[in-house]
Design a protein around this ligand. Structure first.
Ligand code: MG
Length: 325
């Protein structure tokens, strides 16, 4: 007898959002932190496969100077190759006004900006101070919004920092509130090194809401470095947060945290959300197949639990089918 493909056992929990936006960051945040350079055609196919799996909220690349992040030097070529389905988003990160202009010239219709909740990360990653990063982000938000381009804002190192350790929640909530006041549609609090735990998640989310960012404008960007990301998602769901970032296959090691595993894997997040009876519009089987396809092409195994388990189940099914054929 061939076993059925595994799927999550479903039981809804009262009080959680009925639908969640999974904001896919694999092609941008994932690939920028991987050591290999993925060809533009493979990136374009990755985006197409993600759209075909139901993804509507996708960050595709970053218009940073090509010398900063060689992995994403092909941003304009990739955007030109993309076939974005109606109603779907193709967001590009921009570091400053020059990046915004390059993105607009390339045909981008939505951008994201990054600020930092720690001085060390601002210096190491953004080459400025916390205040400088915020000024730069606000300048981009105002210009983009004036041009009819929506902006998503990230607050990096919101849960902790590899150099400074603890980060003051008041700094995080103030940055989030300023991005929101400037006109950013969504603010994603980033646990860039994965040190967050559920109690801290509850505190950061609650205090950000108290600082005036509406829950509909709040997202979390979590890393699974210490296996805490789904616990943190669940804590935030209970507070009404309904948007979470994830990267297909768990792509994206943070180069600033030694040994850090990647972003929360899309498949792992979707498995839990569907298990809670929460709609995502995503096809788990198609997502897992996308991870298998990309892992095969890159020759790198994916750190996602769900992708690994589904790949094993798929292999044993194929083997049994071949035996019985
Ligand atoms: Mg990340």
């Amino acid at each position: 007898m061939t076993p059925r493909m595994p799927s999550p056992r479903t039981q809804s929990e009262p009080g959680l959002p009925s639908r969640v936006t999974v904001f896919e960051v694999g092609p941008r945040d994932g690939l920028q932190a991987e050591s290999d350079i993925v060809p533009t055609a493979v990136k374009a196919e990755l985006c197409e496969r993600l759209y075909a799996a139901g993804t509507r909220d996708l960050e595709v690349t970053s218009f940073v100077p090509p010398t900063w992040i060689p992995q994403l030097a092909d941003a304009a070529e990739l955007v030109a190759e993309l076939d974005v389905p109606p109603g779907a988003r193709a967001v590009a990160l921009v570091p400053n006004m020059q990046g915004l202009q390059r993105a607009i010239d390339a045909g981008v219709r939505e951008v994201s900006v990054v600020v930092s909740a720690s001085e060390s990360f601002a210096k190491a990653n953004l080459n400025t101070t916390m205040a400088g990063a915020l000024d730069r982000a606000v300048e981009v938000i105002l210009a983009a919004t004036a041009a009819g381009i929506p902006v998503r804002g990230y607050v990096s190192m919101a849960f902790g920092d590899p150099w400074e350790g603890a980060v003051d929640p008041a700094v995080v909530t103030s940055a989030a509130a300023q991005l929101h006041a400037a006109g950013a549609r969504t603010i994603a609090l980033g646990d860039t090194i994965g040190v967050g735990t559920p109690g801290l998640t509850v505190r950061l989310v609650s205090e950000t809401l108290s600082a005036g960012v509406p829950v509909t404008a709040l997202a979390l960007h979590l890393h699974d470095t210490y296996g805490q990301s789904l616990a943190n998602v669940h804590a935030a769901l209970r507070l009404g947060v309904a948007e979470f970032d994830a990267a297909i296959g768990g792509l994206g090691r943070c180069p600033y945290a030694a040994g850090a595993t990647g972003n929360l894997a899309t498949e792992d997040l979707v498995w839990m959300l569907h298990g809670l009876g929460i709609e995502t519009g995503l096809d788990l089987t198609a997502l897992a197949a996308t991870t298998r396809w990309l892992s095969r092409i890159r020759g790198v195994p994916a750190p996602s639990n769900v992708a690994r388990a589904l790949a094993a189940a798929d292999m044993s099914r194929r083997a049994q089918e071949a035996e019985s054929a």
